[in-house]
Ligand binder design. Sequence first.
Ligand code: PEP
Ligand code: MN
Length: 335
Amino acid sequence: MIITLNPLTKKIEVEQICSQLKHLEIEVNELPHRPDISLLLYGVITEDKLEIIRRLPRVVRTEKIQMPYHRASKQLHPEASIIQVGNVKVGGGHFAMIGGPCSIESPMQLQETANYVHAAGANMIRGGAFKPRTSPYSFQGMGQSGLELLSEVGEDLGMPVVSEVMSIDQIDLFDNVDMFQVGARNMQNFDLLKELGKTSKPILLKRGLSATIQEWLMSAEYIMSEGNEHVILCERGIRTFETMTRNTQDISAIAAIKKLSHLPIVIDPSHAAGKRDMIESLALAAVAAGADGLIIETHPHPEEAVSDGEQSLYPDQFTALTEKVWKLHQFMKTL
Ligand code: PEP
Ligand code: MN
């Protein structure tokens, strides 16, 4: 439940109300993101207690929490969140253009990719060091040494870096990585989400392969309920009956998230399309629909990539797309 106090309520009075509520065995949190003075109440609120709460001095309104995800919902945080990732802001009009290989393969491959991603005007680098592969016999990633390469390259170019964390025991290895990525297959790994919620690093939370928007927001809630509010949602295509694309890019997720949540949403057209010749169209559609960013796979020699080569853009394709993305993003602001 949320209670709203008279806007003239003094700090000392708020404290008094909080201690009265605690006497009723109700946990109280202030809601700093609301424009009014509001308190979030947790606990068993019986009819009797509700009557007492309504009569407390300065209480002007009581309101039910409408959604099962509280901290991710607009009700508790009406303004769009702006998430700081290294020196880049994401959300609230700030756009993330993230590019890089599916997997980090070698120092040369990563350096070459990062150089043209940077020159193209992207503002963040991606690269997987721990890879969730469908087959246990496929390349599983370079692991810790891959993360070290990624953070060195990012630091040299002055660009934040993002990489996927697959398990709790890997968290400590990410000290020099600017943002954790939680992959689609781990969206409901609740133990991992809770542990990431205890850190203060931003998290790019991918939508599960068959997850509903509500399940996805509940996963964000798992992270946020532990204290880490720096969550960016990432739609990467969902499973449908269609086989022409690897997954189906759910453009409506952008509209739905904008309606329900304050968290930024980034689109991954690479894993949605699965084919490089479809990526430009999906990427631009996402920008026009109001996405707060894109994450796109690219490789200097896609035909030699150890993972996701078919969906990796050639360097010149990535460069041309990045230019169009920034132009369209600017144009959308003028509408
Ligand atoms: C990836 O980003 O390379 C990846 C494995 O993504 P997803 O979890 O969306 O499949
Ligand atoms: Mn990939």
